[in-house]
Ligand binder design. Structure first.
Ligand SMILES: Nc1ncnc2c1ncn2[C@@H]1O[C@H](COP(=O)(O)OP(=O)(O)O)[C@@H](O)[C@H]1O
Ligand SMILES: [Mg+2]
Length: 245
């Protein structure tokens, strides 16, 4: 589904992503791991279009994404989490999801408001809230949510545009154990029951080993290893460079 080919990103004096290539299949969960500064977030931004690569290619079902605006990349089928604090803190969860669907979305919800599009918009909003299990938060203003609930709302907003591939950058960062578990369960449910495809960056190794079928280890911008959790746990270079063994 996703092909990343020889991707390079240079900042002024550092090569943050160095010739990275990998493929993702549909309906899988892949995690990108690596120590701080390894290039995970940069890679994420290169795929979502917030950063332009120095060279290389990113293809979604054969279509080149490099050069498209972030908005077009969302439309092409890549959903990504974003800073929800930049949305509308005083509006409710329901209103925010609704706004996200309209702003990022389907032509069907654009511009010509009519009864039919209003009904299908309401349906989309309530479907994603129930999928994520946040119906109880529908009328809560965003600013009153806990950190964990805010992440669930972020995932709901991503789902609302029905992406082919979902990118999440450290979805459990700063969360309690129970909030982390809930996110892990949700991601697994969405993959297994809904056939969603995920690429996540994650620092929590327990989450990664628990969730990801394929793990890509980045080290100083380059791929150090690729494999399943057993292969990664036992990989000598990974143990040396990352697990500190
Ligand atoms: N906008 C930027 N300008 C200059 N250097 C950057 C920028 N963003 C990231 N870097 C550098 O690129 C490297 C990779 O960073 P990042 O992708 O954030 O790593 P990670 O997410 O794995 O912690 C780091 O050395 C970081 O300092
Ligand atoms: Mg990062």
């Amino acid at each position: 589904m996703l092909e990343v080919i020889n991707l390079v990103k240079d900042f002024s004096c550092i090569r943050a992503v160095n010739n990275v290539s990998f493929n993702l299949s549909a309906k899988t969960i892949t995690a990108v791991i690596g120590p701080n500064g390894a290039g995970k977030t940069t890679l994420y931004h290169l795929i979502s279009g917030e950063l332009q690569p120095t060279s290389g290619s990113v293809k979604l079902n054969g279509r080149e994404l490099v050069g498209l605006s972030p908005h077009k990349i969302v439309k092409a089928g890549i959903g990504r989490s974003f800073q929800i604090t930049s949305v509308f803190p005083s509006l409710t969860v329901q209103q925010n999801i609704r706004a996200a669907v309209i702003a990022r979305g389907d032509r069907q919800f654009n511009f010509w408001q009519n009864l039919q599009s209003d009904i299908s918009l309401k349906q989309t909003v309530s479907e994603v809230m129930s999928l994520v299990g946040i119906e109880n938060l529908a009328t809560t203003p965003l600013q009153h949510l806990s950190h964990g609930d805010r992440s669930l709302v972020e995932i709901a907003i991503v789902l609302a545009v029905k992406p082919l591939l979902i990118l999440l950058d450290e979805p459990t960062a700063g969360m309690s154990q129970s909030e982390t578990n809930r996110i892990v369960e949700l991601i697994r449910y969405l993959q297994q029951e809904m056939g969603c495809t995920f690429l996540i960056t994650e620092h929590d190794m327990e989450v990664v080993f628990n969730l990801a079928e394929l793990i890509i280890v980045l080290h100083q911008g380059s791929i150090l290893a690729v494999g399943n959790s057993e292969e990664i746990k036992n990989h000598p270079d990974v143990r040396r460079a990352y697990l500190g063994v």
